[in-house]
Design a binder for this molecule. Structure first.
Ligand code: FES
Ligand code: FES
Length: 178
Protein backbone atom coordinates (compact mmCIF):
# COMPACT_ATOMS: atom_id res chain seq x y z
CA UNK A 1 0.00 0.00 0.00
CA UNK A 2 1.55 3.31 -1.03
CA UNK A 3 1.61 6.27 1.29
CA UNK A 4 0.13 9.52 0.07
CA UNK A 5 0.74 13.10 1.06
CA UNK A 6 -2.28 15.35 0.89
CA UNK A 7 -2.81 18.54 -1.02
CA UNK A 8 -3.12 22.17 -0.07
CA UNK A 9 -4.95 24.73 -2.18
CA UNK A 10 -2.52 27.46 -3.17
CA UNK A 11 -4.03 30.51 -4.82
CA UNK A 12 -7.03 28.39 -5.81
CA UNK A 13 -5.00 25.50 -7.25
CA UNK A 14 -4.59 22.10 -5.50
CA UNK A 15 -0.92 21.22 -5.02
CA UNK A 16 0.61 18.03 -3.67
CA UNK A 17 2.44 18.70 -0.43
CA UNK A 18 6.16 17.81 -0.31
CA UNK A 19 7.35 14.38 0.76
CA UNK A 20 10.09 15.88 2.93
CA UNK A 21 8.53 16.51 6.33
CA UNK A 22 11.26 19.06 7.15
CA UNK A 23 10.29 21.39 4.29
CA UNK A 24 8.84 24.66 5.55
CA UNK A 25 5.80 26.25 3.99
CA UNK A 26 8.07 29.08 2.78
CA UNK A 27 10.52 26.70 1.09
CA UNK A 28 7.71 24.76 -0.54
CA UNK A 29 6.03 27.90 -1.91
CA UNK A 30 9.22 29.52 -3.18
CA UNK A 31 11.41 26.63 -4.25
CA UNK A 32 8.93 23.93 -5.28
CA UNK A 33 5.98 25.97 -6.55
CA UNK A 34 8.03 28.93 -7.84
CA UNK A 35 5.95 31.50 -5.93
CA UNK A 36 8.89 33.76 -5.20
CA UNK A 37 6.78 36.79 -4.29
CA UNK A 38 6.88 35.52 -0.71
CA UNK A 39 10.25 36.54 0.71
CA UNK A 40 12.72 34.96 3.11
CA UNK A 41 14.13 37.58 5.46
CA UNK A 42 15.24 36.26 8.84
CA UNK A 43 13.91 32.67 8.50
CA UNK A 44 13.29 32.84 12.26
CA UNK A 45 9.81 34.36 12.65
CA UNK A 46 11.09 37.83 13.40
CA UNK A 47 10.61 39.98 10.29
CA UNK A 48 7.30 39.03 8.62
CA UNK A 49 8.73 39.08 5.08
CA UNK A 50 7.40 35.53 4.59
CA UNK A 51 3.80 36.31 5.63
CA UNK A 52 1.11 34.45 3.69
CA UNK A 53 -2.57 33.86 4.40
CA UNK A 54 -3.66 30.42 5.61
CA UNK A 55 -7.43 30.03 5.66
CA UNK A 56 -7.58 33.82 5.70
CA UNK A 57 -5.26 34.31 8.66
CA UNK A 58 -1.73 35.68 8.41
CA UNK A 59 1.12 33.34 9.16
CA UNK A 60 4.91 33.41 9.04
CA UNK A 61 5.52 30.70 6.46
CA UNK A 62 9.15 30.23 7.59
CA UNK A 63 7.91 28.88 10.92
CA UNK A 64 5.41 26.36 9.61
CA UNK A 65 6.06 22.94 8.11
CA UNK A 66 4.42 22.43 4.72
CA UNK A 67 3.00 19.00 5.56
CA UNK A 68 0.87 20.56 8.32
CA UNK A 69 -1.24 22.32 5.69
CA UNK A 70 -3.19 19.43 4.23
CA UNK A 71 -6.54 20.80 3.05
CA UNK A 72 -5.64 24.42 3.88
CA UNK A 73 -6.36 27.37 1.58
CA UNK A 74 -3.13 29.31 1.16
CA UNK A 75 -3.00 32.73 -0.44
CA UNK A 76 0.23 34.42 -1.49
CA UNK A 77 0.95 37.85 -2.89
CA UNK A 78 0.65 36.41 -6.42
CA UNK A 79 -3.11 36.04 -5.96
CA UNK A 80 -3.70 39.46 -4.41
CA UNK A 81 -2.97 41.49 -7.52
CA UNK A 82 -0.76 41.87 -10.57
CA UNK A 83 1.21 44.75 -12.03
CA UNK A 84 -1.65 45.32 -14.49
CA UNK A 85 -4.38 44.85 -11.95
CA UNK A 86 -3.28 46.12 -8.55
CA UNK A 87 -5.44 45.46 -5.51
CA UNK A 88 -6.61 48.51 -3.53
CA UNK A 89 -3.89 47.84 -0.95
CA UNK A 90 -1.15 47.60 -3.57
CA UNK A 91 -2.41 50.74 -5.26
CA UNK A 92 -2.35 52.61 -1.94
CA UNK A 93 1.21 51.44 -1.23
CA UNK A 94 2.27 52.91 -4.60
CA UNK A 95 0.33 56.14 -4.06
CA UNK A 96 1.74 56.69 -0.56
CA UNK A 97 5.28 55.51 -1.31
CA UNK A 98 4.88 52.67 1.19
CA UNK A 99 8.13 50.99 0.19
CA UNK A 100 11.68 51.64 -0.91
CA UNK A 101 13.51 48.40 -1.76
CA UNK A 102 10.19 46.49 -1.69
CA UNK A 103 11.57 43.38 -0.02
CA UNK A 104 9.15 43.52 2.92
CA UNK A 105 6.21 44.63 0.78
CA UNK A 106 4.61 41.27 -0.15
CA UNK A 107 4.56 40.36 3.54
CA UNK A 108 3.22 43.80 4.47
CA UNK A 109 0.40 43.52 1.92
CA UNK A 110 -0.59 39.98 2.96
CA UNK A 111 -0.45 40.96 6.61
CA UNK A 112 -2.46 44.13 5.99
CA UNK A 113 -5.18 42.22 4.16
CA UNK A 114 -5.77 39.89 7.12
CA UNK A 115 -5.26 42.73 9.63
CA UNK A 116 -8.10 44.70 8.05
CA UNK A 117 -10.34 41.66 8.32
CA UNK A 118 -9.37 41.26 12.00
CA UNK A 119 -10.26 44.91 12.58
CA UNK A 120 -13.60 44.48 10.80
CA UNK A 121 -14.33 41.46 13.01
CA UNK A 122 -13.61 43.54 16.13
CA UNK A 123 -10.50 41.72 17.33
CA UNK A 124 -8.74 43.64 20.09
CA UNK A 125 -5.00 44.36 20.06
CA UNK A 126 -2.53 45.43 22.74
CA UNK A 127 -3.27 49.03 21.66
CA UNK A 128 -7.05 48.75 22.09
CA UNK A 129 -8.24 50.93 25.00
CA UNK A 130 -11.86 49.87 25.22
CA UNK A 131 -12.31 46.13 24.98
CA UNK A 132 -16.09 46.43 25.01
CA UNK A 133 -16.17 48.55 21.84
CA UNK A 134 -15.16 47.85 18.26
CA UNK A 135 -11.54 48.99 17.77
CA UNK A 136 -11.00 52.08 15.65
CA UNK A 137 -8.14 52.18 13.14
CA UNK A 138 -6.00 54.79 14.87
CA UNK A 139 -2.33 55.13 13.98
CA UNK A 140 -1.47 53.38 17.26
CA UNK A 141 -3.81 50.49 16.45
CA UNK A 142 -2.40 50.08 12.96
CA UNK A 143 1.20 50.25 14.16
CA UNK A 144 0.55 47.62 16.81
CA UNK A 145 -1.33 45.34 14.43
CA UNK A 146 1.41 45.57 11.80
CA UNK A 147 4.27 45.28 14.29
CA UNK A 148 5.10 41.76 13.12
CA UNK A 149 6.19 43.14 9.74
CA UNK A 150 9.53 44.90 9.85
CA UNK A 151 10.75 47.29 7.16
CA UNK A 152 14.47 47.88 7.19
CA UNK A 153 13.97 50.83 4.81
CA UNK A 154 11.83 52.47 7.47
CA UNK A 155 8.78 53.18 5.30
CA UNK A 156 6.51 52.78 8.33
CA UNK A 157 4.74 56.15 8.27
CA UNK A 158 3.94 55.77 4.57
CA UNK A 159 2.70 52.22 5.10
CA UNK A 160 0.33 53.49 7.80
CA UNK A 161 -0.87 56.26 5.45
CA UNK A 162 -1.59 53.63 2.78
CA UNK A 163 -3.55 51.50 5.24
CA UNK A 164 -5.58 54.46 6.46
CA UNK A 165 -6.37 55.36 2.87
CA UNK A 166 -7.76 51.88 2.11
CA UNK A 167 -9.70 51.76 5.38
CA UNK A 168 -11.26 55.15 4.55
CA UNK A 169 -12.11 53.99 1.04
CA UNK A 170 -13.78 50.87 2.46
CA UNK A 171 -15.73 52.92 4.99
CA UNK A 172 -16.79 55.31 2.22
CA UNK A 173 -18.02 52.54 -0.04
CA UNK A 174 -19.91 50.87 2.83
CA UNK A 175 -21.49 54.21 3.73
CA UNK A 176 -22.51 54.77 0.11
CA UNK A 177 -24.14 51.33 -0.14
CA UNK A 178 -25.83 51.53 3.31
FE1 FES B 1 9.76 34.47 8.22
FE2 FES B 1 11.38 36.53 8.74
S1 FES B 1 11.44 35.16 7.05
S2 FES B 1 9.55 35.95 9.79
FE1 FES C 1 12.75 47.88 2.02
FE2 FES C 1 10.58 47.57 3.55
S1 FES C 1 10.73 48.65 1.68
S2 FES C 1 12.48 46.60 3.73
Amino acid sequence: MGSSIGVAIVNGVPNQLPLDSRRTLLEWLREDLGLTGTKKGCDHGQCGACTVLVDGRRMNSCLSLAQLHEGDEIETIESIGTADNLSALQHAFVTHDGFQCGYCTPGQICSAKAMMQELAEGWASAATDELTKAPTPTVEELRERMSGNLCRCGAYSNIIAALQDVIEQDAGSQGASA
